[in-house]
Design a protein around this ligand. Structure first.
Ligand code: BG6
Length: 495
């Protein structure tokens, strides 16, 4: 039996893509409420007003929440659809959804708290009681169903008022505002939630620079993104310290995307390039979270891109005192890198590098690499030696809804069977993996493209890209399959 007794099986979601209820219960706006839908070819757009009062629509720059040049504020544009606003409406369906999770056998459910539901602008002195009550009701419902919540405190949704004032995380004040928010939720839910994650995919902000090059690969971008990341790392560490004081039993983790990079050839130049990309994209933030300080290679990255960071003595002490109890990450694909010219490139949203001839690719251009998950687990555990969780994994695919309401998704079953198998192999090889929460266990809005048709769920939600759909839920074939997997604690992967 590869998977230990008590292993956590579940699924993962995020408020901005799932919760909806964007203007209910006293919630304030977040930037994702002003981001339109896109596709693998068309970027998502943001809509904003200039100082003359003219409304514009321009491409959303990934992982960069500063107002576009000339903008005075974000606002709506007539005729635009903003898919994250209603999303797939957990806000009004949470009881039904939790019952479905229970039916599948989940003993863990990953969700995030929407910051602007607790502090509508981020600046209030007192939290919004209705927001606190909503999450209390959700956590109590989970408890009644014996499902352990795994709660992300920040998942891509800084309150809009903070984004407009500070250009997202480009100001130190964000640290205290976050710690205030984190302290509020730690205190409020200290008896209902044990497992917490501070920032979702905290490393994305910088990994885009080396992976995507082009407009992200300038000294100015690095300066901005390293600053943003530094403030978030300090905020995370301070929140962790505060959390442990509130409840010493809390298990608080970081959450990184794993951009596992392979050298495209065995040319040592490619090997060094891949190593440096791993340092920049993964270990840079991971090492700070786990070890409590920047690793020596950070100096190389700063020097190469003329970055000067505002790291105070107080920051250094905070980073030391706020290390994580567990390391969690999302895993979707691996990327190849090379110094050689002329190799075929991958296409797709948030996929970079050269095409790996040994792998297949999804309709959105993401490689499918189950062995890469095992490799990522093993190198990460070798490095950190603290419990690991895979808190996102899955395949975004076009699902066909049959006339009788069923959805036949053998491709999803195949994907999960292969990934669960290699996770088991990593455990057999000594990795302390304690949880697996596949992404978008119920259909939700894609973060990268804003689409509904890029579906990940075991549960189909009747919501479509034109905004139609009655939001009803139906079980896909993978629902029954995953239920069987959980019941056998990962042993029975048969299709
Ligand atoms: C991760 C994010 O990057 O990948 C999720 O944490 C996101 O928010 C997921 O949804 C899948 O990406 P996408 O673009 O397919 O939604």
């Amino acid at each position: 039996m590869s998977f230990p007794k008590g292993f956590y099986w579940g699924g993962a979601t995020a408020a901005n893509q799932y919760e909806g209820g964007w203007n209910e219960g006293g919630r304030g706006p977040a930037l994702t409420d002003f981001t339109t839908g896109g596709s693998v070819k068309e970027p998502r757009m943001v809509t904003w007003m200039d100082k003359e009062g003219v409304i514009h629509k321009t491409p959303n720059k990934p992982m960069d929440d500063t107002l576009p040049e000339g903008a005075v504020k974000y606002c709506e544009m007539e005729g635009c659809l903003y898919p994250n606003r209603e999303a797939t409406d957990f806000y009004h369906h949470y009881k039904e959804d939790i019952a479905l999770f229970k039916e599948m056998g989940f003993n863990m459910f990953r969700m995030s708290i929407s910051w602007s539901r607790i502090y509508p602008t981020g600046f209030e002195a007192e939290p919004n009681q209705e927001g606190l009550d909503f999450y209390r009701a959700v956590f109590e419902e989970l408890k009644r169903n014996d499902i352990e919540p795994l709660v992300t405190i920040h998942h891509f949704d800084t309150p809009l008022a903070m984004v407009e004032k500070y250009g997202d995380w480009l100001h130190r004040d964000c640290i205290d505002l976050f710690v205030k928010y984190a302290t509020t939720v730690f205190t409020e839910y200290k008896d209902l939630v044990k497992y917490w994650l501070t920032f979702n995919e905290i490393n994305n902000v910088i990994s885009l620079c080396s992976m995507f090059g082009g407009m992200f690969n300038t000294d100015e971008e690095y300066q901005k993104r390293c600053t943003h990341l530094h403030y978030q790392l300090v905020a995370s560490a301070k929140a962790i310290k505060a959390g442990h004081e509130i409840n010493p039993n809390f298990m608080i983790g970081c959450m990184l995307s794993s951009p596992t990079v392979y050298p495209h050839t065995c040319d040592p130049e490619d090997v060094i390039k891949a190593q440096h990309e791993m340092q920049e994209c993964f270990w840079y933030a991971g090492d700070v979270h786990v070890f409590g300080y920047y690793s020596p290679f950070a100096k190389r990255i700063w020097a190469e891109h003329n970055v000067t960071l505002d790291i105070t003595e107080e920051d250094k002490a905070a980073l030391k005192e706020g290390t994580v109890d567990m390391f969690t990450f999302s895993y979707y694909m691996t990327n190849n890198t090379t110094t050689h010219k002329g190799e075929a490139q991958v296409g797709g949203n948030f996929a970079a590098g050269t095409r790996n001839p040994y792998l297949e690719y999804s309709d959105w251009g993401w490689s499918v690499d189950p062995r890469g998950l095992q490799y990522t687990l093993e190198i990460t555990y070798d490095r950190y030696r603290i419990p690991l969780m895979v808190v996102e994994n899955g395949i975004g695919a076009f699902d066909e809804l049959e006339a009788d309401g069923s959805v036949h998704d053998p491709y999803r079953i195949d994907y999960f069977a292969k990934h669960i198998k290699t996770m088991g192999q990593a455990i057999d090889n000594g990795v302390d993996l304690i949880a697996y929460t596949p992404w978008g266990c119920i259909d939700l809005v894609s973060a990268g493209t804003g689409e509904m048709r890029k579906r990940y769920g075991f549960i189909f939600v009747h919501k479509f890209d034109d905004g139609t759909g009655d939001l009803s839920r139906s079980r896909k074939d993978s629902f029954y399959w995953y239920k069987k997997v959980i019941a056998s604690n990962g042993e029975d992967l048969s299709k």
